[in-house]
Design a protein around this ligand. Structure first.
Ligand code: ATP
Ligand code: MG
Length: 330
């Protein structure tokens, strides 16, 4: 099974990203031929600072490698190291109806919000189709929110095949990833960079302490029973075994358990949980050349898979010389 996943370089990851996405991504490498790309082309629709994009992209590679992504096993590459994707995106854009793109949620949401939109945002699903179709994968794992984009990819693939009368592209099937529990942020809402309520997985100890101590709680006195359906207990539970969870919930129900105690324990657990990853990340950061080597190897392997598909698309569309170099009959 060939599995493909793109990840956006958008800043420092938080524990919601880890439990909601990164951990699952890394597990996928055990389930088939996994291909991951750092979506720096896609980031151009939001990030406008060149240095920031480079930094975020490299940091993202470090984050994933620290989380256990094995670049010998999975293919990890930087999207812009494979500019063939832009060629395929152009080819596909010529068979993509405007109406299809105008129906995309990501585009409609921005239009509805009245913010300026650029062609890149409208064209985003075409580049995404190229990202996928260039490997002719059977299955693409996606979250619920990306179902529409995969439908569009299937439509675009079908349109190309129909236009040029050749089955160049397989229509990929979506594998909907099971819903992962939403990790709450320090203010009780969904943890999200946009809400500034995050606990960053690689934060230094002082920052981590400030974030954990700042988790909202109510004013129930220590001796009273506590509600365990709250952000603090949910976050704590991420780092505990079922038996530990049972024991803590029993203490919370009985009264006598203070929020401060739970926070201190949570802080120690987060620090300990991410310690090996933090160390691996620091080690990798000292050898950035090795990371670039891994990305170079990744794109070499990606290109070997992509080239035959791109060649077939070019040939079907009549681009370049005829195969074998002979001129077509007049
Ligand atoms: P933004 O505020 O810019 O949307 P974010 O913090 O929500 O940023 P994303 O980049 O949107 O992070 O998400 C990256 C991945 O992490 C996605 O797969 C998303 O589903 C997952 N994710 C983000 N926040 C959470 C959360 N609180 N709980 C579980 N998964 C999450
Ligand atoms: Mg988000």
């Amino acid at each position: 099974m060939r599995i493909l996943s793109g990840i956006q370089p958008s800043g420092e990851p938080h524990i919601g990203n880890y439990f909601g996405a990164m951990r699952q991504h890394v597990e996928l490498q055990e389930r088939g031929e996994a291909i991951f790309f750092l979506a720096d082309y896609h980031s151009m629709t939001t990030i406008r600072d060149a240095a920031e994009r480079r930094r975020f992209t490299l940091e993202l590679a470090l984050d994933y490698l620290a989380c256990g992504l094995d670049p010998k096993r999975a293919i990890l590459y930087r999207q812009s190291d494979l500019p063939e994707l832009c060629e395929l995106a152009w080819i596909l854009s010529t068979v993509t109806p405007m109406g299809l793109l105008e129906r995309a949620h990501s585009y409609k949401d921005k239009i509805a919000a009245g913010v300026p939109v650029y062609h890149g945002l409208l064209a985003y699903p075409v580049l995404m189709a190229a990202d996928i179709l260039i490997y002719n994968p059977d299955i693409v794992p996606v979250g619920q929110d990306q179902k529409q984009h995969l439908e569009m990819t299937r439509d675009i693939a079908g349109a190309f095949n129909h236009t040029y009368g050749r089955e160049v592209f397989k229509l990929p099937e979506a594998m909907i990833l099971e819903e992962v529990a939403v990790v709450p942020g320090t203010d009780g809402r969904k943890m999200s960079k946009s809400y500034a309520n995050t606990i960053r997985m690689f934060a230094p100890e002082a920052e981590l302490k400030k974030a954990v101590m700042g988790i909202v709680t109510d004013s129930t006195p220590v001796d009273r029973p506590k509600d365990t359906a709250t952000a603090l207990f949910q976050l704590w539970s991420l780092f505990a075994t079922p038996a530990e969870r049972e024991a803590l919930c029993a203490r919370a129900r009985a009264g006598g358990l203070g929020y401060g105690e739970v926070k201190k324990d949570l802080l120690a657990r987060i620090w300990g949980y991410f310690a090996p990853l933090r160390e691996r990340r620091a080690e990798l950061a000292r050898h950035k050349g090795d990371v670039e080597d891994a990305l170079a190897d990744g794109v070499r392997r990606a290109r070997a898979l992509a080239q035959p598909v791109l060649d077939a698309a070019r040939d079907a569309a009549g681009l370049g010389p005829a195969p074998g170099g002979s001129l077509p009959e007049p």
